[in-house]
Ligand binder design. Structure first.
Ligand code: PBG
Length: 326
């Protein structure tokens, strides 16, 4: 008798069999929660396009990180909303600036037990919303911006950051920051580089969250990558590693799984992926309409990002996924 081959279905018959043969698992250990802290508020403010995510006061941020730590989430990445913006984004390196205060608080609350990552950019702090300082013709000045990033890195290091995460996509930013850190006694402070960061339409809700409008209806296409370019992403990552990046990142995640997989195959350093605000917002909007099963889709998406090769995932889902994984 010539029976059909049922080899592939045999190991799918029960939940426990499926657990045993699963190639990819999401663990709390993989998660980094992005968090927003705002200077001029007394109560946490909800963000309409990011349901469940808040602009935090210093106190509510501390409470949220305590909850995340209690759930076992190993890392958070902080974004600040200053009360005052200016052309260079000088609040970003003010020792008493909003993220620096938050970093000190987290150090007091948790010591070394939570990895406090500081997003390192100036776009939340500049009055024009660009990730750097402008030239006289309105372009973004690469090298003048690197000097600002060095100041921000030192302010964040002095405030107690466990890792700095340059997200501005200026050429040479990792090398400039590494140099400043090394020259000032922070040679063991790691850099998580937003290496392959694409000029994506999926950052929309984030810009609401941090109250950033790019002046003159502008965009970031002169410094962030063209979504069409996967090979160029490998060049970005290669250069960042050569400049001293300790962890490299691909951002956004789901539309760039091929880039994550390629990076995993080509480089041996830890690889992060950022499941960005628009990815979270699309999932939440569809789930709120009852069009998809939200928790199941969330787990499927994060599993896909890990399967593609990411070691860690920055995601607004961190809190709720950590709860379901308890
Ligand atoms: C820039 C920065 C952005 C995000 C993280 N860092 C916005 C941008 O490049 O315009 C987006 C994150 C998200 O959409 O979740 N400091």
């Amino acid at each position: 008798m010539n029976f059909p081959n049922r080899r592939l279905r045999r190991l799918r018959q029960t939940p426990s069999l499926r657990r045993l043969v699963a190639e990819t698992r999401i663990a709390v250990d993989d998660l980094i929660a992005p968090l927003f802290v705002r200077e001029d508020i007394d109560e946490p403010q909800p963000i309409a396009s990011l349901p469940g995510i808040m602009q935090h006061t210093h106190d509510s941020l501390r409470a949220e990180v305590k909850e995340l730590a209690g759930l076992g989430v190993p890392g958070v990445v902080l974004f600040g909303l200053p009360a005052r913006k200016d052309p260079t984004g000088s609040e970003a390196w003010n020792p008493d600036g909003v993220v620096q205060v938050a970093l000190k608080n987290l150090r007091d609350d948790h010591g070394d037990s939570v990895v406090a990552i500081a997003d390192l950019c100036v776009d939340e702090y500049t009055d024009h919303g660009h990730c750097g300082v402008l030239t006289s013709n309105g372009g973004v000045d690469n090298d003048a911006t690197l000097e600002l990033y060095q100041k921000v890195a030192l302010a964040q290091a002095e405030a107690g950051a466990d890792m700095v995460a340059p997200s501005g996509m200026m050429d040479g930013q990792v090398g400039a920051i590494r140099q400043a850190l090394d020259a000032n006694g922070y040679s063991l402070l790691p850099i998580l580089a937003y290496s392959a960061k694409f000029a994506s339409a999926e950052y929309g809700p984030f810009r609401e969250a941090v109250d950033v409008t790019i002046a003159g209806g502008g965009n970031r296409k002169s410094y962030q990558q063209d979504p069409a370019n996967g090979r160029e992403a490998m060049e970005e990552i290669r250069l960042d590693i050569a400049e001293g990046a300790d962890v490299v990142m691909v951002k956004p995640a789901l539309a760039y799984l091929d880039v994550i997989a390629q990076a995993r195959a080509q480089f041996d350093v830890p690889l992060a992926a950022y499941h960005v605000s628009g990815e979270y917002a699309m999932l939440k909007a569809a789930a709120q309409n009852g069009w998809i099963d939200g928790p199941a889709t969330a787990l499927e998406h994060l599993t896909a990002i890990k399967r593609a090769g990411a070691d860690m995932i920055l995601t607004y889902l961190a809190h709720e996924i950590a709860e379901t994984l308890q």
